[in-house]
Design a protein around this ligand. Structure first.
Ligand SMILES: [Zn+2]
Length: 143
């Protein structure tokens, strides 16, 4: 067996084994790069979904607040009637005066405090004149 025969005998299988190993390394590297790219895309999608979730939570919060305010308005309009003459709300059963401004601006039911010339809201400070009482006081002042 001469040197050429020995190289031919061992060289070809060794060369095939080396080529096979290189192919395995290349395919593993390609596979790993593909997986890393997929992971990166998945992370971007997760980040995008987290942002969308935050946006939906904000919208849900706004809608819940609107629902809450609407239910209060519905409840208040069921309980009170608007007294156009005095620009106040009146309880439908008791006739008690309530602040129109508090209801309109913040959906708060505030019973008005009766004063000499009308009513005053203890929460917002709004004063509502009573034309009947103002007339009497004007008369007294004239005397
Ligand atoms: Zn008020």
């Amino acid at each position: 067996m001469n040197i050429q025969q020995i190289l031919l005998y061992f060289g070809i299988p060794v060369a095939i084994a080396i080529i096979w190993l290189i192919q395995q390394l290349i395919s593993k590297d390609l596979c790993q790069r593909r997986l890393e790219k997929e992971n990166s895309e998945i992370l971007q999608e997760i980040s995008q979904l987290i942002n969308e979730k935050t946006e939906y939570q904000k919208q849900l919060s706004v809608l819940r607040q609107q629902l809450f305010e609407n239910s209060i308005k519905e409840n208040i309009s069921f309980k009170y009637g608007f007294d156009k003459r005095n620009n106040i709300l009146r309880h439908k059963h008791t006739g008690d005066p309530y602040c129109n401004k508090c209801f309109a601006t913040s959906n708060v039911e505030s019973r008005l405090i009766t004063e000499a010339t009308g009513w005053r809201c203890d929460i917002c400070g709004e004063c509502y004149g009573d034309p009947d009482r103002n007339h009497r006081i004007t008369e007294y002042r004239d005397l």
